[in-house]
Design a protein around this ligand. Structure first.
Ligand code: RP5
Length: 162
């Protein structure tokens, strides 16, 4: 089965990026998660991105905070789809991360998700949908997830005052 790579700039990103991992796990998608820093381990970044396809990854989820150039730099070194997750920064609440990731110049694409946990979870969902293009079991799991979510909302009924 195709697997998904989750990379992040620091172990401090893991509490956020775990949401992507949990989503993939819930769909039975194999993944590997590791720290690859654009500025602290630049050579590892290049090596990882250039060999990700050979390693059997179908897409890459990249999360980073602050001056978050990791997703863009990964995308520059691979043809695989890259989903960028802006991690909430201490100084600017992730606005810096979001703008760093989302404003890719034309020609190298990063699909940018929302800041923080929801974005990371949705990156996992998107990556599972990529895998689902070739994998029937994952496709069924994604469809079942969406159906259950819809039914849960519909079963809420009318809201009342406390
Ligand atoms: C970025 O710097 C990482 O992605 C992280 O969000 C941020 C802070 O890293 P640490 O100082 O916590 O290791 O590269």
């Amino acid at each position: 089965m195709a697997k998904v790579a989750i990379v992040m700039g620091s172990t401090s990103d893991w509490p956020t990026m775990q949401n992507a991992a949990q989503m993939l796990k819930s769909f039975g998608v194999e993944f590997e998660a590791k720290v690859v820093s654009a500025h602290r381990t630049p050579n590892l970044l290049v090596e990882f991105a250039e060999t990700a396809h050979e390693m059997g990854f179908s897409c890459i989820i990249a999360g980073a905070g602050g001056a978050a150039h990791l997703p863009g730099m990964i995308a520059a070194h691979t043809h695989l789809p890259v989903f960028g997750c802006p991690v909430k920064s201490k100084a600017l609440n992730g606005i810096d991360s979001l703008l760093s990731i989302v404003q890719m110049p034309k020609g190298v694409a990063v699909g940018t998700l929302a800041i923080g946990e929801a974005g990371a979870a949705n990156a996992g969902l998107l990556a599972a949908q990529v895998v689902a293009l070739q994998d029937e079991a994952v496709r069924d799991a994604v469809i079942a997830f969406r159906k259950t979510q819809t039914e849960t909302v519909l079963s809420n009924g009318n809201l009342e005052l406390d």
